[in-house]
Design a protein around this ligand. Sequence first.
Ligand SMILES: *[C@@H]1O[C@H](CO)[C@@H](O)[C@H](O)[C@H]1NC(C)=O
Ligand SMILES: *[C@@H]1O[C@H](CO)[C@@H](O)[C@H](O)[C@H]1NC(C)=O
Length: 361
Amino acid sequence: MGANAIGIALLTLLCLGQAHGDHHSPNGVGGAMKEKKKCDYSQGRWVYSSSYPLYKSSDCPFLEPEFDCQKNGRPDKLYLKLRWQPTSCNLPSFNGIDFLRRNRGKRIMFVGDSLSLNQWQSLTCMLHTAVPKAAYSLRTWQGLSTFKFPAYNVSLMLWRDALLVDLVKKNGTRVLKLDSINSVKPWKGMDILIFNSWHWWLHSGRQQPWDVIQYRRNTYKDMNRLIAYKLAMTTWGRWIDSNIDSSKTQVFFQGISPDHSSGSDWNEPKATCRGQTRAVQGTKYPGGSNPAQVVVEQVLSQMSKPVYLLDVTSLSQLRKDGHPSIYGYGGKRGNDCSHWCLPGVPDTWNQLLYASLIHKI
Ligand SMILES: *[C@@H]1O[C@H](CO)[C@@H](O)[C@H](O)[C@H]1NC(C)=O
Ligand SMILES: *[C@@H]1O[C@H](CO)[C@@H](O)[C@H](O)[C@H]1NC(C)=O
């Protein structure tokens, strides 16, 4: 079967899945969780709050320079003062000491690309600010970073793994295997796992980390990236279903973090995130839903193990002002419209994480 034929077959599947998935809650996935769900945090708007931001970047000595927009010279500050207000309820305020106490003895791991790094850094800053006198350690070794609070025996880890499925070198060719997760993954044995993957599926040219794509017995030079993503996510879902013990490990999916490189998404065709100082007003993003988010919802709804979707997409879509733009690497690396300044939007993702942990979803 050629790339096109498989493309068409799978596109049909995607569309069927979409119709079929409509009755699933966009937020909690899986029957038991749906009953318990208190509120849909994914819909709402951004409001001014004098008590924001939740921490100062200068209080967070381990913050990566690429996220420290104020230090890199960003002149505006309104983006620091926005609080997410869900439409039909309130998001619990973040209590770092409570977070640490609840998770005593636990190992929490973020798995994914640099958006995982973004959220992990946000969480370690939020927690360090809550217990500024508590000792911490931070070690990075190869793809694994571990941040520990010894007094609470809590480990917050980050495992860099942008594609989740196997990427192997065969005879000098980098093969992306959409149907296989066989390489050693340090995910097992964690208490809480928070996965994320998407942005790297869009890379092409020199940024593309593979040469060919393999699925079942077939090898493709390229294919529709959304389809490749769906196949890989399905493989990941099967891996979770057969390897995770839900009584020991809670699994989250971080959700799709939107970028703002194209102003036509918010009716400013010539704009990018650069120079944006205000969030989109109101509850609706003009750019509509994110196709990768639809894939994530479909895959999660077909899994047997519970996975909680943090559902950061809509709330982050409204934050065209939240990216580093030219204040990411001190202006040295162009216009970053996909990562987020810290403090900033990922702090809210961690509030969603906290809310779901205290509600024991
Ligand atoms: C810390 O937590 C680990 C599990 O992550 C556990 O094995 C260990 O016994 C704990 N240590 C202390 C001192 O409580
Ligand atoms: C490996 O690559 C070489 C050179 O392209 C080729 O001659 C050889 O047949 C390849 N081996 C396998 C096992 O594909």
